[in-house]
Design a binder for this molecule. Structure first.
Ligand code: PLP
Length: 439
């Protein structure tokens, strides 16, 4: 469902701390569009009479936000072409927009590659960026003409020599990922001690090494990690030359956040690239951002399905149970070390989205809640303690912003709950609408 823009004056303005990089007016109208979609979807659902599933959790995705992130990338890292990391959120409309914007795609499996090829994307715009690949998938990509792939060890090189000797190989190197949310270097990446012998082996096997890749860890927070990784990559480019390889591409991986830290990261990375891989070197620069594009575009709405009152001498507090949790779209709490913050979408018959009353309050006068998921497991808790000025009850709705990255894709069906929730699409940018052929 695509919604048109709205302006009914219903939603009050709000401040939006982490969106300072954007034009404020645009954000206000984007919020209005998202708010309208949320309100339209929930206002007629009566938990006393609705059918099972009608009150299910759902997303509102603003594709305009993806478009703004694309422009922001081009402003900050104009030389680096993004290959969106599909694993982060394989939403079909998100992929369609990115394909139309001309990005490449980082895929980790046959299914992801199939999905991207299905959009009509040329195989040269795909990198199979999984250093430890499934044999049959390697044969599959060979048959589809997807040539770019990463490796970081000798066994993988021998596998590729057997199954796809014509592949275009990126040597993935180890990074210092200690400042990131999700560390990857325990599992992947060749240390600088081993790169020389790997390049020698690739030579001996007659393989085609075309570049170097790295990943500083997902949710990285130390820009110094990018500088060090670029320096190390530069060393490996020289090693490769001494083995007779003429490397063409540096892949700086993912790890970028969508908050205000992006400009700082991009500043340090851009300066390092200008120093070690200047434009005159003719080296192509690519990246594999996931979270950066997906996170802020998706807002999640959950219904309060049950409430337990905790009587206390001073004041009552409440445990509220919503119909999504750690085994669902809040899998990001477990796997991605996130702390999603609840806001009140609808309480009683009032829609509070993007108003001061929707926000948690620090005031001790606020009513205290803990927020729990719907499964029978005690770890399924979204928030230990939060206060709102409004009294919440069964049938009310909460919403959570920035829920686009590593959420739906890692949700399970534990306890028989669906993990395939509806996504309502809106688009707050005319440029993105035009690309998608929308009115
Ligand atoms: N590339 C690779 C190889 C990854 O493993 C990941 C995430 O795990 C990404 C890219 C995307 O990372 P991010 O979402 O932090 O940009």
């Amino acid at each position: 469902v695509f919604l048109k823009s709205c302006n009914n004056g219903f939603f009050e303005h709000n401040h939006h701390g982490h969106h300072d990089h954007h034009d404020g007016g645009k954000i206000d109208s984007a919020k209005q569009l998202i708010g309208e979609a949320l309100r339209e979807r929930v206002e007629n659902i009566d938990s006393e009479s609705c059918e099972p599933g009608e009150e299910d959790t759902f997303f509102v995705a603003d594709l305009g936000e993806v478009y703004r992130q694309h422009l922001r990338w081009k402003r900050n890292l104009p030389r680096v072409k993004p290959f969106y990391a599909v694993k982060c959120n394989p939403d079909p409309k998100l992929l369609e927009l990115l394909a139309a914007l001309g990005t490449g795609f980082d895929c980790a499996s046959k299914a992801e590659i199939e999905q991207v090829l299905g959009l009509g994307v040329d195989p040269s715009r795909i990198i199979y960026a999984q250093p430890c690949k499934t044999n049959s998938y390697v044969r599959y990509v060979a048959s589809q003409g997807v040539r770019q792939m990463t490796f970081d060890n000798a066994d993988e090189l021998r596998k590729i020599a057997r199954l796809f000797p014509g592949a275009e190989l990126f040597l993935r190197i180890l990074t210092d990922d200690s400042s990131s949310l999700c560390r990857l270097s325990l599992k992947f990446g060749a240390s600088l001690d081993s790169t020389d012998s790997l390049l020698a082996l690739a030579r001996e096997l007659g393989l085609n090494v075309v570049g170097v890749s790295f990943h500083v860890g997902s949710g990285a927070s130390d820009p110094g990690a990018f500088l060090k990784a670029v320096q190390d990559a530069h060393v490996v480019f020289q090693q490769a030359a001494s083995h007779g390889f003429c490397l063409k591409t540096l892949d700086v991986g993912g790890g970028f956040c969508s908050d205000a830290s992006f400009e700082e990261m991009a500043g340090v990375l851009g300066a390092a690239l200008d120093e070690y891989f200047p434009a005159r070197s003719g080296i192509n620069l690519i990246a594999e951002p996931g979270r950066y594009f997906a996170s802020s575009a998706f807002t999640l709405a959950c219904n309060i399905i049950a409430r337990r009152t905790i009587e206390d001498v001073s004041a009552a507090s409440y445990m509220v149970y919503v119909n999504d949790g750690l085994y669902g779209n809040f899998s990001s709490i477990m796997f991605d070390h996130q702390h999603p913050v609840a806001k009140v979408l609808r309480s009683g018959a009032r829609t509070l989205y993007n108003t001061p009353a929707a926000e948690a309050t620090d005031s001790v006068d606020g009513i205290e809640y803990s927020i729990w998921g719907p499964t029978c497991d005690g770890i399924d808790r979204i928030t230990e303690s939060i206060r709102f000025s409004v009294l919440l009850d069964v049938g009310d709705w909460l919403y959570f912003e920035d829920m686009g990255a590593y959420t739906k894709c890692s949700a399970t069906t534990f306890n028989g709950f669906t993990n395939d929730h509806e996504v309502i699409y809106v688009c707050s940018e005319p440029g993105a609408k035009a690309l998608l052929g929308l009115p």
